[in-house]
Design a protein around this ligand. Sequence first.
Ligand code: GDP
Ligand code: IMO
Ligand code: MG
Length: 446
Amino acid sequence: MPSTVLVGTQWGDEGKGKITDLISRDFDYVVRFQGGNNAGHTVIHGDTKLALHLMPSGVVHPDAVPVIGNGVVVDPGVLVKEMALLEGEGISCDKLRISCDAHVIMPYHKALDGAEEKRLGTNQIGTTKRGIGPCYQDKAARRGIRMQDLLDEKIFRLKVETALAQKNPILSKIYGLQTYTVEEICEEYLPYARILRDHVWETAQLLSKALRQGKNILFEGAQGTMLDIDHGTYPYVTSSSCVAGGACTGAGVGPGEIGRVLGIQKAYVTRVGGGPFPTELKFAEDGGTGQDAADGETLCQEGHEYGVTTGRKRRCGWFDAVIARYAAQVNGLTHVALTKLDVLSAFDTIKVCVAYECDGKEYDYFPMQQSVLFHAKPVYEELPGWKGHDLSGVRDYMELPVNTRRYIEYLEELGGVPMSLISVGPDRDQTIIREDWLEAEADMAR
Ligand code: GDP
Ligand code: IMO
Ligand code: MG
């Protein structure tokens, strides 16, 4: 089965960019299927650290065709800038294909994203303010503007005019914000159309043809399972389907085409923005104290946990096996890539959350009610660490310290999915590739 879906299993930033880059050399197509430039995927290309927001991470491999699927929301200004940046690094974007059905993020979406957050006050989601939610709202309300509309000036003007008749009163009367004219939007957006025109394609058809020809497709997820609109910690989520099933609707392929589902799991957990996070080790500035605050700070500093898109400090916490099991279930994970294991070399002992406790009841599964998740206290197992051992040069599983292997095998047992790739540094080659992955690769090639 030639296709693989790669998804985040936590609240994003698990290292999807690095693993996509590592494995995409084996694929003919690398496809983004949801989200937009709220994503920030880091890829190390030679000596350069690239932060990709819209472009599939496979773009750095000259043989892979990068595709932006219909499920993505596209800010054309951001895309044009990202293409120029990549070209400047000597990475060609000639092969990029963008779905004609992908929705376009408009200036009023960005304005509304900020305004709606402000209105929520202390309950705000902490969005990236890139206009993601408002754009998906218009898509679901059947009044969105798509890439194909952008290519036809007459249709684009008409659609913008219709949209503004609804948006301008909301902007001015509800939020007291500036309104937009058709002319100023056209002036900004039509030049993007001229640059992107040749890249806009019927991508579902393109991928269907590729599959018939036996080509390999990698679907690169953005965000993570716990940010999924249906399966995440609603309402503290993003507005798209981040789980593996989203690849089918967001790219236009049938579920039978998906062979492997690779979940990216960080060796600890981070979260950006608001919402419940049971294993959070609160920073001192957020009211945390004692060893927990110190451990949270160590994870943040050793792991360089600052947002790629917004620069925000990421909240940090111990590995949560409850959400790992849940992610295995809702995505149908066949393999896991464990990332940032090297960061844990800073600790004497390492905690793993095996269940939650709330009102005297123990939950070893993801609780049905939001309120339980908000009040859940983690039940921890504490494992001996491997402090002082630098893992970043290890390439062979058996060369890892015995306590590191025990940690990995314990997580495997809790999550029920083999950890086939172990990442010990940000570079592509700082990865331990285990036997079962190599066997799966060989099967795929047959
Ligand atoms: P993504 O959104 O899932 O692609 O992840 P981000 O790129 O937002 O964040 C992951 C960060 O960790 C990036 O700075 C990566 O370069 C870095 N990274 C990825 N894997 C590893 C690893 O195994 N070890 C270390 N130390 N850093 C890693
Ligand atoms: P990658 O792909 C981490 C979070 C935001 C906020 C919530 C909703 O790099 O893992 P949105 O702007 O999508 O409406 O914000 O989702 N969020 C992410 N957190 N990594 C991401 O992407 C994220 N994309 C969105 O912080 O809490
Ligand atoms: Mg990221």
